[in-house]
Design a protein around this ligand. Structure first.
Ligand code: PEP
Ligand code: MN
Length: 295
């Protein structure tokens, strides 16, 4: 453990856990969904909104399997300028239609402060991607967007830096933040990123904010997604963000890590016994991260 760290991030007072504020629950407008309140909330859908047919089929499938929130990027941060960049407002309109027809809430990514108002018109939750975690102008603009923020951990960010970004959003006026561990860059290349599973109990020990896990971007391959989801449940996550696509082999982005409908259904069923275990596992979670003593 980093000896310079006091173990509690108490300097980030708006997001740090205290005796007065042990846990916060993030409410999702009109949908009767609480994140961090005991229900395990699954957000699922394609990496990107590609067409109405693709999104509507996925929305229905993930809803039937038990997801409460539909994910799908309309504005995509791509590593290559030659890759599909998203449908923009047209994608937001398709998301709205899926919301109306299925009752699912919508989470979608916002990449720039200029897009905050338009995305907030359509989305229930504003996703800040790994590449934007330190876009402080964006974080500040989200302070008054009127929607909860799903803040993804930067791929090279320490937990301290992650907490700092959450504090920036809270200081700007928005206390409704969900933290998302999505894997970090390490020397390991067998997986797309390294899922930092310890981040979940650490964050839940030092912060009152809900914490979810994105196993899809962590793994980079769909075969690992169900087992990593199971680990996330047992370690105390409040939910998942999972990529699902009707035909992953034809997806315009992140097809290799997207589950088919059948795989997603099976994963949801297989998670059930582990959700029961979560209560017991939570008793193992430390109340304080104590520093000092020999390594
Ligand atoms: C995504 O959720 O599709 C995405 C781009 O995630 P990340 O920012 O974690 O790479
Ligand atoms: Mn993706």
């Amino acid at each position: 453990m980093n000896p310079r760290w006091n173990g509690q991030f108490s300097c980030f007072d708006l997001v740090a856990k205290t005796d007065e504020r042990p846990r916060s629950i993030v409410q999702v407008r009109d949908r009767n969904i609480e994140i961090g309140g005991g229900d395990f909330v699954v957000m699922a859908g394609p990496c990107a909104v590609e067409s109405e047919t693709q999104l509507m089929a996925t929305a229905e499938a993930v809803s039937r399997a038990g997801a409460r929130i539909l994910r799908g990027g309309a504005y995509k941060p791509r590593s290559s300028p030659y890759s599909f960049q998203g449908l923009g407002v047209e994608g937001l309109k398709i998301l709205r239609k899926a919301r109306e027809e299925t009752g699912l809430a919508i989470v979608t990514e916002v990449m720039s402060e200029e897009d905050v108002d338009v995305i907030a018109e359509y989305a229930d939750i504003m996703q800040v991607g790994t590449r934007s975690m330190e876009n402080f102008a964006l974080l500040e603009a989200l302070g008054h967007c009127g929607r909860p923020v799903l803040l993804k951990r930067g791929m090279t960010a320490t937990l301290e830096e992650f907490m700092r970004s959450a504090q920036v959003i809270a200081m700007a006026g928005n206390p409704d933040i969900v933290l998302c561990e999505r894997g970090i860059r390490t020397f390991e290349t067998a997986t797309r990123n390294t899922l930092d599973i310890a981040a979940v109990p650490v964050l839940k020990t030092v912060s009152h904010l809900p914490v979810i896990v994105d196993p899809s971007h962590a793994a980079g391959v769909r075969s690992l997604v169900p087992i990593l989801s199971r680990a996330a449940v047992v370690v105390g996550a409040d939910g998942l963000l999972v990529e699902v696509h009707p035909t992953p082999e034809r997806a315009l982005s992140d097809g290799d890590q997207s589950l088919t409908f059948a795989e997603f259904r099976r994963m949801m069923t297989d998670l059930e016994p582990y959700l029961d275990l979560q209560q017991q596992a939570n008793q193992l979670r430390p109340q304080l991260l104590v520093v000092g003593g020999a390594d």
